[in-house]
Design a protein. Structure first.
Length: 55
């Protein structure tokens, strides 16, 4: 379940963030989910690397 660039799709990143947040402190699931998801987006961007331009 990866896109052609080889990184995680955004919905999968959101689901993983929610699952991790549910395993941690109760009552803080939503803020922790948003924090994990927001931290995951730039991490995914920088680890995916660059793909060649198709002109």
């Amino acid at each position: 379940m990866q896109d052609p660039r080889g990184d995680l799709p955004t919905p999968l990143l959101a689901a993983l963030s929610a699952l991790v947040a549910r395993a941690l402190p109760p009552g803080q699931v939503l803020p922790l989910t948003f924090t994990l998801f927001t931290a995951g987006l730039p991490a995914r961007h920088f680890t995916a690397g660059r793909r060649p331009n198709r002109a």
